[in-house]
Write a new protein. Structure first.
Length: 452
């Protein structure tokens, strides 16, 4: 790496692990749009089916026991790709907040949970599963188990099969096959494609650990099929529910790009980079080791408010300053970058200031359990500072016209407040940027999308 940097300074061009880089005022950034691009389908769950629930496992460790941490996701937007398992095509949700790739078998048992009465008929809402046998066989032990904070869970076994994403195939890949579950899907996906680090695969079930294994993405870059990075560009809808089935395809499109950049336009001067931190960066998880598990960053500061606002003395005592009428809070804390989370989850003190900056101010609706504002409210600015750049949430992501209360007058805020971590930057943030997950350099890079 050092010699590549020197070469770049000398002639203006450098290659790092085969990746073309170019310079902006923020340093080296990737300059290659990869051919390994997989279109993602955006699905909007109809308002009547919105759920305040998690859709992925995140664990904290207490002594030798793993427990789910409190990571909430309002499950009304998610992104789908088709993968090929053996010779069968399965639709799965893309998730940077977990590491396993799993799917249901053609026969699985959908069960009700203890708090549901005997009259309840379970309907897990999972699409067609995998049929037949895995070509690489199955593991007798350990079992595949994942539990979720909304009480959903999946259970089954591990096995080995070729898994193709786009044009890249991970040979004899370890996967989870689910045959017993309590789930809350809507019939469009058969499982998850986890893009996290191997470490997260070692957290299996509530009371046991296992040796970590290489998930799909890790297998691909270790076998030199792609460079060790991927990037994501998410599209948003324009105030409608799209087709009757809820899927929305915009001209710009949503993409998962393996080994490079997706084919979308960005502001080349906006590139910023930041370190990926280990799992010990999130105190609530209580990990002692610093293994890389998920994509955890520490933004430099946060910007919020309306142009006319001033910082109060109390806010100044908490590290807030005013620049050009906006308030900058310089308190740093770790956040997950998670495409599987619809909303962004941030500290209550910060988010309450954002709610108050709406005109009229946002308010809590107990029937929905979240904050809403009038759909025609004046929307404040809200942004995250990474390096020398501020990445602002788009107004349509801060006040989500497609997620309304029963009256239709109030729209959901794209950022929700929580009392403790893990904090999350989800789809409401990621819809405005291209996000690069660089494993080799242990960093994330972001660039602002041009308006689309």
């Amino acid at each position: 790496m050092k010699s590549s940097l020197l070469a770049f300074l000398a002639v203006g061009v450098a290659h790092s692990a085969g990746r073309l880089l170019h310079a902006t005022r923020h340093g080296l950034v990737p300059d290659t749009v990869t051919s390994n691009v997989i279109p993602m389908r955006k699905h909007i769950v109809p308002s009547s089916e919105h759920r305040s629930s998690v859709v992925k496992p995140v664990y904290r460790r207490t002594a030798d026991v793993n427990h789910p941490a409190n990571l909430t996701n309002v499950h009304d937007v998610y992104y789908i790709v088709d993968i090929v398992v053996g010779n069968q095509t399965l639709a799965v949700s893309v998730d940077t907040g977990s590491s396993d790739t799993w799917f249901v078998s053609d026969y699985f048992e959908c069960v009700r949970f203890w708090w549901q009465g005997p009259e309840y008929k379970p309907n897990c809402g999972l699409a067609d599963g995998f049929t037949g046998n895995l070509s690489g066989g199955v593991l007798d032990n350990p079992p595949f188990v994942r539990s979720y904070m909304d009480t959903t869970f999946v259970s089954g076994y591990y096995g080995f099969e070729d898994v193709t994403v786009g044009s890249i195939t991970a040979k004899n890949q370890r996967v989870g096959v689910v045959n017993y579950t309590f789930w809350a899907g809507d019939g469009l996906t058969s499982g998850l494609l986890g893009l996290g680090y191997p470490f997260m695969t070692s957290l299996d079930g509530a009371e046991q650990n296992q040796a970590p294994y290489d998930p799909v993405f890790t297998t691909m870059w270790k076998n030199k099929l792609i460079d060790p990075l991927f990037s994501i560009a998410l599209s948003r809808e324009s105030g409608n529910q799209g087709e009757p089935d809820g899927e929305v395809r915009t001209p710009e499109g949503s993409y998962l790009a393996l080994g490079g950049l997706p084919p979308v336009e960005v502001d080349e001067e906006s590139w910023a980079r930041t370190k990926i931190h280990g799992v010990d960066a999130i105190p609530e998880w209580m990990f002692e080791q610093s293994d890389l598990g998920l994509y955890i960053i520490k933004p430099d500061s946060w910007v919020y408010g309306r142009e006319t606002e001033d910082v109060t003395p109390a806010e100044a005592d908490q590290g807030a300053v005013t620049t050009h009428g906006l308030t900058t809070n310089t308190t740093q804390f770790p956040v997950l970058i998670d495409v599987g989370a619809t909303l962004s989850l941030l500290p209550k003190g910060l988010v309450q200031k954002l709610y108050a900056a709406f005109d009229p101010p946002a308010k809590y609706l107990s029937t929905n359990g979240l904050f809403f504002a009038l759909c025609n409210a004046t929307i404040p600015k809200f942004g995250v500072n990474i390096g020398e750049n501020t990445f602002y949430f788009a107004p349509e992501d801060l006040l989500r016209q497609t997620a309304r209360d029963p009256s239709g007058e109030y729209c959901r805020i794209g950022v929700t407040d929580v009392n403790g971590g893990p904090y999350v930057l989800g789809v409401s943030f990621l819809s405005s940027v291209v996000a690069v997950f660089d494993i080799e350099n242990t960093e994330m890079r972001f660039a602002s999308r041009t308006k689309y």
